[in-house]
Design a protein around this ligand. Structure first.
Ligand code: MRU
Length: 357
């Protein structure tokens, strides 16, 4: 597969033409406004990740790769030792913006290793190498999404109803998306599905982003509130559940947007296959089980006041706002990766697929 500059530039995250900034579509403004932001400083990049202007595990990874290159360019006058130590500090700072999606630290570490293993102490030469590496991270994600979409498509048949949670489409990744990849690839091939998109409280990624992307792509989508998943499953409207992932542990447990594990439990009850789809950059073999995944906790006002004209709860009411939950691997039918479909036993088969890579 040949990935072109045009492919990259059409993604929600890309490197600016002049190479001095990460450019993103601000996902907090969608679906009502399409606003592109130019991120040049470490603070601007950190804030964009923290506030979810750029979000979705693979997109965060791509952003981190470009960020490391953009920040490296700003240090071209430094001597080798200072350059590396300042770049490490930038990496630590970026990683601290969000804890759950492994793609963020994965991309930062990949860029740092490349810088250190470049075989030269010439800072300008290292910066050029880093540019190539950041573009490779992006190119690989485009390719991986395509393969995930192919494998995912093999699991469903024309006309099937597919339920998804949160947003794992092109905005969150590159080009096809992961969980939404089979729908977009199917559309290209004249295969239609009926998609149910959970609105995904509290930040409404399903309503604002998934239903927007699918509608714009001409794919049949019905938006439902999170608490309606059970009834559509019971009515026989759902043949499969496809969701994304932020970190897959070595035993197959995986973190994804809060509410995912509830969907998996419902799917098990109704006998509906439940799949998570993600690239190998989301598999963390250093994380033994879901209990080892750190769950981000976010601002309570995302529950109390955000999206409402008036607060929907007393200001003093206690709120608990975990951004992710962990789905137990026993609820998973399979993990769809860019290298193939992984079935249980996940501890054995994930290891095999990672070794093969
Ligand atoms: O908090 P978010 O919106 O970044 O959470 C995103 C998700 O949970 C996605 O499902 C996941 O990152 C997969 S994106 C392909």
């Amino acid at each position: 597969m040949i990935v072109t500059n045009e492919d990259r530039m059409s993604c929600s995250v890309h490197l600016s033409e002049d190479g001095q900034a990460v450019e993103i579509i601000d996902q907090t403004r969608l679906p009502n406004r399409t606003v592109t932001c130019r991120l040049e400083s470490r603070e601007a990049i950190y804030d964009a990740i923290k506030t979810l202007a750029v979000r979705g595990a693979p997109a965060i990874g791509i952003c981190a790769g470009y960020a490391m290159y953009v920040l490296a360019r700003q240090k071209e006058s430094l001597l080798y030792e200072d350059f590396i130590s300042q770049l490490e500090a930038e990496g630590d700072y970026l990683i601290s913006s969000r804890p759950t999606a492994v793609n963020l630290s994965w991309a930062v570490k990949r860029m740092l290793s490349k810088a250190k293993a470049s075989g030269t102490r010439d800072v300008r030469a290292i910066i050029e190498i880093l540019k190539g590496e950041s573009l490779s991270i992006h190119n690989e994600d485009i390719e991986m999404c395509y393969h995930i979409a192919e494998y995912g498509l093999s699991l469903v048949k024309p006309g099937d109803g597919i339920l998804t949670h949160c947003n794992a489409g092109p905005l969150a990744t590159s080009k096809y998306g992961t969980a939404l990849g089979p729908m977009f690839l199917g559309k290209e091939r004249g295969i239609d599905f009926h998609v149910f998109s959970d609105e995904t409280r509290p930040l409404l990624q399903g309503a604002r982003l998934t239903s927007y992307e699918l509608c714009r792509g001409g794919i049949d989508v019905t938006l439902i509130c999170d608490n309606m998943a059970s009834i559509v499953m019971k009515q026989g409207k759902v043949n499969a559940c496809f969701v994304g992932c932020d970190r897959i542990a070595a035993n197959g447990d995986f973190a994804n947007k809060i509410g995912t594990s509830g969907v998996a439990i419902l799917a098990k009850y109704y006998g509906i296959p439940f799949y998570t789809l993600g690239p190998r950059s989301t598999i963390d073999m250093n994380c033994p089980t879901g209990a080892d995944i750190r769950i981000e906790e976010r601002d309570p006002n995302e529950i109390r006041t955000m999206w409402y004209q008036e607060p929907m709860a007393l200001p003093e009411v206690k709120c608990y706002n975990p951004a992710f939950d962990v789905t137990d691997h026993t609820l998973l039918t399979a993990i769809v990766t860019d290298k193939g479909i992984v079935y249980p036993p996940f501890d054995v088969n994930l290891k095999k697929i990672m070794e093969q890579a």
